[in-house]
Structures are given as structure tokens and as C-alpha cells.
Ligand binder design. Sequence first.
Ligand SMILES: [Fe+2]
Ligand SMILES: [Fe+2]
Length: 457
Amino acid sequence: MKETKLAFIADTHYFSPSLADEGRAYYLRSGSDQKCLLETGAILDAAFAELAKSDAEAVLIAGDVSNDGERVCHEELREKLYALQKEKPVYLITATHDWCSDENPRRFEGNAVYHDVPVMRADELRDFYFDFGPKQAGSEFITDIGTCSFTVDVGENVRILALNDDKNEKNWAGFTPAHYAWIEAQIKQAAADGKVLIGMEHHLLMPHVHPMITGVGSTCVGDREEVASRFADMGLKYMFVGHSHIQGVSAFTSDANNTITQVNIGSLVGYPAPIVYVAVTDEGLKLDVEPLKSFTYKGEEIDAQSYLAHHATALIDRLVEGAALTKPEFVERLCAMGLKGENFEKLYYPLHPIARLYFKATAKTVYRLLCVLGCGDCIPQEALAKYKDKPLQEFVGETWLSILDAHGKGVDDPDYYKLVLGVANALVRLKRCKLTLDLRDALNNILLGDSFKDAVI
Ligand SMILES: [Fe+2]
Ligand SMILES: [Fe+2]
């Protein structure tokens, strides 16, 4: 079979510079998000330049293309997509952020946030992005909210099944019965046509890292095991997804022993800004993840990985810093994250002393605290000696980055693994409950990472 090379990206969340000055309101908003906002144009320009010169035969985008459904974001993004399309075919699906499902598009001026931004309706998106899928589609399905799913052929042997999973009949992410019927027909048709069929949708089919991280809320489609089983039993083998902004590969096997593999693509505008290249070969799909190296912002060449890593970890630091400062500051920073800060007011008092300690604490501080609590013996001494002066803030930041990029720090150094897992063991000893057991499992998985880079699926 002739090899076909594809490039997948996700969650481009393009944010128009017309929606923000750089006042306090924007500073709070930007500081409360793992992904970038004003920098997105520059990041996309750099990534699209990489894609244009790559050997990928098509670029696939797995939804949440705009920041939050703002019309101006869609309009400016589409210009960039048209420029890229001059070099490569580009196909995209939209997702909930593209029609502003949370009704939260905002613009930021000085200290003020305004909610008067014109938005794109869901039923406008199919025509607006007609040139990026519907126009080239072999088959198309219009969903109940007016968006579309479609199939498109790439190279000689590959067919993309691009699915819009915004709503099932229970109003969760997923598919209606009519949509399933169309999907099943496409899977059968691809088999009859001798095509390797590759699915793409926005929401996850299955959690990875740990269900407490990617299995909560609306991260996955509704009734996820049923949907994953259904797809696997229909004969679909691959699904590329976005949404979580966390990358990783996972697999699900149905009761009938059919397996579907999910590739979760991280956000292109947040750490680690991945482009996932896929070579479709006789041996399967070979993945190659290329994190963005650099972009030019405000005339300056930026090291993308350190800039985006800092932006992502600053999110945690700013939140903890808020709790270390005053109650109004803590509440304001939670509100900037889109949470109802007032509901968490009571947490300020227990968190305040912990937050103050957080920035000063090292591994040794945590060890001493655990000794006072009677579980210092959970911490291996050799591992502690190696890391005793390392700030707690660094451990937390590295753990967050390991979630996002699926690279396990514990694989690099067994002592690092033993030390962090020792703390998790101590927590379980202090209070054995679902939360601490889940936390320990999650940390174990984070520390070990997964073999996303260079995987063959
Ligand atoms: Fe997203
Ligand atoms: Fe999303």
C-alpha cells in the first residue's frame, strides 16, 4: 500500500486581537487559561508555515477552531485557513466553542469585561467552513443543530470520517440515531471501497491518563462506553480527538472483542502545541508528534516550548498566589477562570496558610510535614536526598506539564517516581478513601506517561 501522510491539529481557539487590550481584565483572563489568547495568531502563523512545508498530504483540524464562537475570530481564522489551503488540503470539524455553547464570548477593555461580542450560530458553521470539508465531501450528514459530519478521501487509500459530535438525543456530546445510521453506512462503504478509515471527532471516546482527569464532566461523549463499543463493533479502528487539550493514546475493547484506538491531540495554542503527523502504512498508523519550536510575537522570536510551559504552569501559580494574597483576589482569580468564585469563598481560609507555604516549600518541607503526621516512612530516603531542595512548586508544575504532554518524568528518573509516589502513598495512609486512591493511581499514570511519540497503532 502506498503510504499516505496526514497532519492532525486540534483546539486552535483563535482569539482576535480586536477583542482585548492588555488591561487588567485581559491579564486576569489570560492568566486563568492553560492555552494562549492574544498569542494565538502568531502561534497559528508559525504552525501553518510548518504544515505548509511538511510532507503531509492533508491537514485535519479536530474542532474548537475559534476562541469561543466569536464571529470576528472565525472570520480572521478563516483567512489564515485559506492561505494554508493554497499549499495543502485542509479539513475541519467545529465543536462547542465554535458556536459558543457556554454563551461566554467576551471582550476585554481595561478593567472591564463586555459580553456584547457578535457570535456565530451553530447552523451557520457548515456554510462558513464549506471550503474545508463539505465542498470536497464524498458523503455528508447535517446534524440536528445544523453542523455537519462528512467523509473525504486523502491519497489513494485513506478516507477521513469527520464527525460533529456536539449533541446526542440526551443533549450530551454524541450522536443521534440518524447520525449513527449514517456513520455505520460510511464505515461499511469504506470497507467496500478498500479504504483505511480514520475517524475524527472533538470529544473523547474514552478517558486517558486517569478518569478523574479526562473522564469528568463533558470531556468524553455521553454514554462513552456504549459509543466506543458501537464504533469498535461497526469496525472503526481509529479515532482522533481534541477537546481535553491533553495528548495521549488509549484503546478500548468492546465485549465483542473489537478494539478502537483513540489519539487525543493536545491544543495547538497551549503547551506542548503539538502537530501530530500520521503515516498510514501497511503496518498501521505511525505517529510522530512535533511540538511547535518557535513563533514570532510582537516582533520577537519566542521559544514556543518554554513560553507555553511557563504560561501553563503560571495558571496554577497565579491561583495559589491568589489564595496566598487576599480573599477578594482569590475570588477574582477563580471568576477569571470561568468559575463562580463566590461559591469557593469559604475555601480561602483553609487554603490561605497552605498557599503561603507552597511557594517556600521544598521536598524536604513536605517530608518534615509528613513526619509530623506520622507517615514520613512513606518517603524513600535515597530519592529524598536527591531532590530535597527542589521546590514543591516545580514538582507541581512538572506534573501539570506531564499531564499535558504525556511525557512521564518518572521514566526519566526512578528516584523522581519513588519520591512523588511516596507522597501519594502517605496521603493514602493518612486517609484511605476514593479520592486519595484515585489520586495515587493518577499520579502513577502521569509519572509513567504514555508512548505517544513514535507510537504505531
Ligand atoms: Fe478546546
Ligand atoms: Fe472543546
